[in-house]
Design a protein around this ligand. Structure first.
Ligand SMILES: *Cc1c(COP(=O)(O)O)cnc(C)c1O
Length: 366
């Protein structure tokens, strides 16, 4: 492990009450997503006077927060999501964590939170995963999901950026995000609500974006769909992304299309990795506006052969059905298409060490 003097290291303060081997084994035997957490968490605090300080890895557990803490009132909060993958030789790796560090810093700037350096971000993850390495599951498709987050903890009801901020990383051993695995999902296209707008926070990974997506998400469930797709707020005609995943369209000519980054879409690490893999495979890729009308017509005529969503948690998820006000379309006959399946295989092979990492995307943690 590196030990730069440029930043404070996260001091390990081992928990006095680690779960027993029996308890951990039981927890790892029944993996879902985001319900079980490891024994420790990384934690640091920021104030204007001291900057980031008190970096430690400590017992996982409830944190004490003043009821006036700004995050509870004004939602000054950001987060990240990445995974630690166990390879066959027992080593543990992260996928492009530098990209998460850079995005975390960009999100911090947008939410007027203090930036955490890339070195500190990476170090927090390395020390936590090192400490809780026994919590990294080894069964196929599993991982230790890492959730770094930062929030305004200053007790102050005035409206300004907070003068005390907490940074934490928690870790959750996880199975596949969708319990159904690599099977197509149904998408509801929301025409009455948006998750972000021009000049808003759509390009930042912040809790507020998710809060805004929950009501339309519930409407999607009521329509029998697992996920909601948002249209752009300016024209209500272009597909943007799902509540927490980017989206791709494959046309019958073999080209692949995804909404361009306009400032209202979150730039996924999975999205950018897919664009790279597709370009290297010699496929035509287009980042451009994609209208709902075009998609409805294309799926109906067969000009659009596949659609899929992507993000760290669920990797790549085929879209089998697209529903909205007055339409219900079946994509790819409701199955996963070949381009979607190939990409899923390529990406997970790299992440789990089954395929050579020619891009230098994997970073060894343990
Ligand atoms: C996190 C997230 C994604 C996916 O990003 P990845 O880096 O691929 O995990 C897409 N959209 C939104 C809104 C997100 O919050």
């Amino acid at each position: 492990m590196r030990n730069d003097t440029q930043y404070a290291t996260f001091e390990v303060r081992p928990t006095s009450h680690p779960r027993t081997l029996t308890e951990r084994t039981a927890a790892l035997a029944e993996l879902s997503f985001g319900t079980v957490f490891s024994d420790h968490m990384a934690h640091a605090v920021w104030t204007p006077e001291r900057g980031w300080h008190d970096h430690r890895v400590e017992a996982y557990g409830p944190i004490s927060l003043d009821p006036a803490a700004a995050v509870l009132h004004y939602a000054q909060e950001i987060f990240e999501g990445l995974k630690a993958y166990r390879h066959a030789d027992g080593s543990v790796w992260a996928f492009r964590p530098e990209a998460n560090a850079a995005r975390f810093a960009a999100s911090a700037r947008r939410l007027a939170l203090p930036e955490l350096s890339e070195a500190e971000f990476l170090h927090s993850i390395e020390v936590l995963v090192h400490t809780d390495v026994d919590w990294v599951p080894g069964v196929p498709g599993s991982s230790l999901y890492l959730r770094p987050f930062m929030f305004a903890s200053e007790a102050f009801l005035g409206v300004r950026s907070a003068r005390r901020v907490d940074y934490l990383v928690i870790a959750s051993p996880s199975g596949p995000y969708f319990t159904t695995g690599f099977t197509p999902v149904s998408i509801w296209v929301a025409e009455d609500y948006h998750r972000s707008g021009p000049g808003g926070t759509g390009a930042a990974k912040c809790g507020g974006n998710y809060a805004a997506s929950l009501l339309p998400q519930r409407q999607a469930y009521e329509q029998g769909c697992e996920q909601v797709c948002f249209l752009d707020a300016a024209t209500n005609t272009r597909l943007e992304e799902l509540g927490g995943m980017n989206m791709f369209v494959v046309t019958a000519d073999g080209a692949v299309h995804t909404p361009a980054l306009t400032g209202t879409i979150l730039e996924g690490v999975t999205r950018s990795s897919i664009l790279r893999l597709l370009a290297e495979a010699g496929r035509e890729v287009h980042e451009r506006p994609i209208t709902l009308t075009e998609v409805k017509d294309g799926v109906t005529s067969g000009a659009i052969s596949e659609m899929f969503a992507c993000g760290t948690a669920a990797v790549i998820t085929p879209i089998g059905h697209l529903k909205g006000n007055g339409f219900h379309l079946t994509v790819s006959g409701g199955d996963a298409g070949p381009v979607t399946s190939e990409l899923h295989q390529a990406l997970t092979d790299i992440q789990y060490g089954h395929r050579e990492d020619t891009h230098g995307w994997m970073r060894r943690l343990v």
